[in-house]
Design a binder for this molecule. Sequence first.
Ligand SMILES: Nc1nc2c(ncn2[C@@H]2O[C@H](COP(=O)(O)OP(=O)(O)OP(=O)(O)O)[C@@H](O)[C@H]2O)c(=O)[nH]1
Ligand SMILES: [Mg+2]
Length: 387
Amino acid sequence: MFKKLKSIFKGKKEEEKSSEEEVELIEVEEELKVQEEVKEEIVIEDNQEEEVQEVKEITKKEEISENVEEIETVEEKEETKLGFFDKLKKGLEKTRNNFTNQINDILKSYHKIDEDLFEDLEEILITSDVGIETTMMIIDNLRDRVRDDRVTEPGDVMDLLKDEIKKIMNESIEDNKINIDPSPAVVLVVGVNGVGKTTTIGKMANTFRKDGKKVLIAAGDTFRAAAIEQLEEWGNRANVDIISHKEGADPAAVIFDGIQAAKARKTDILICDTAGRLHNKSNLMNELNKIFRVVEKEYGEATKEVLLVLDATTGQNALSQAKVFKEVANITGIALTKLDGTAKGGVVIALQSGMGIPIKLIGVGEGIDDLQPFDTNDFVEAMFQRQ
Ligand SMILES: Nc1nc2c(ncn2[C@@H]2O[C@H](COP(=O)(O)OP(=O)(O)OP(=O)(O)O)[C@@H](O)[C@H]2O)c(=O)[nH]1
Ligand SMILES: [Mg+2]
């Protein structure tokens, strides 16, 4: 079915007790004195031993409590990591049910690995929004791997596929860490209407503030009053201040004021909202360029992140938006929202490997804590995990 498309796209003691005591007994009195002294020494030694014993016990207790604390910290971290992973798994439930279950069924239906099996896998990947080009590359690599490793059991293909997806996703990017170090940092949030920019800014502001950072938000979407109010609401929830102007003001002027306030308040991270109207490319380019120029001129020393927000439920549309924004701005990362609402989470693979833009954050719900830093390995594992 996809043969035609395929042809187009080929392409880490010591007891030195031995200060021997030679006591000479000359007179009884002296002898007694000496004995008395010896007795005292022994008492002192005993006392010292007791003290040493006490100190040893205290040290032991401290060591034990330190160890308990260490174990508790490790357990806490593991619990957080587990809670995090479970949340990711839950957020990817629809994708996993669609994608992994289909792959499982296909693999079970084959008794040997042949070209038909590869084609069926290809179809599942393409219909899960992995994108044709990226799918072709993954399946080609998988085919080579099956041949090179002399794999014959269809059941063994799942782990190989998982591995090839991780590889292709890590190939074209350096890392998935959001650029906020060193401070000050400025995060410019761009993206079309309704993708979840304001919600992501609110969640992000809350996460940074909880991490001990001083955060400020600039309400650069002046297109409608409701946008400013919505951001103010998120600012209240996240306990972060907002710099805003009135509806219809020049977005670049709001960002300018945001930068001055961030400098005066010694803010670590300034997050800027922008309007997402995509009338046409040149309009978008002009508006964004004006903001970028202000940031460059007024906040040249700041670490910059240009975060493109994309809605995962829009599938291939998200890919086209990424293409347009990549042309008009130096996008440094993607925040992919609404992954909880789609069965086509495969778009993550297409975006990161096909577009070469690292996914930095993922939205897995509408709540303030429903934003996660993206980790390729965790993502692929969560996507493939069986219930
Ligand atoms: N389920 C789910 N909903 C989300 C997520 N992120 C955002 N939303 C919802 O998407 C809708 C639009 O979000 P906004 O943050 O207003 O989007 P925006 O890009 O700022 O939109 P405009 O300001 O109109 O350009 C809201 O109803 C959000 O609750 C997510 O990760 N999961
Ligand atoms: Mg908004």
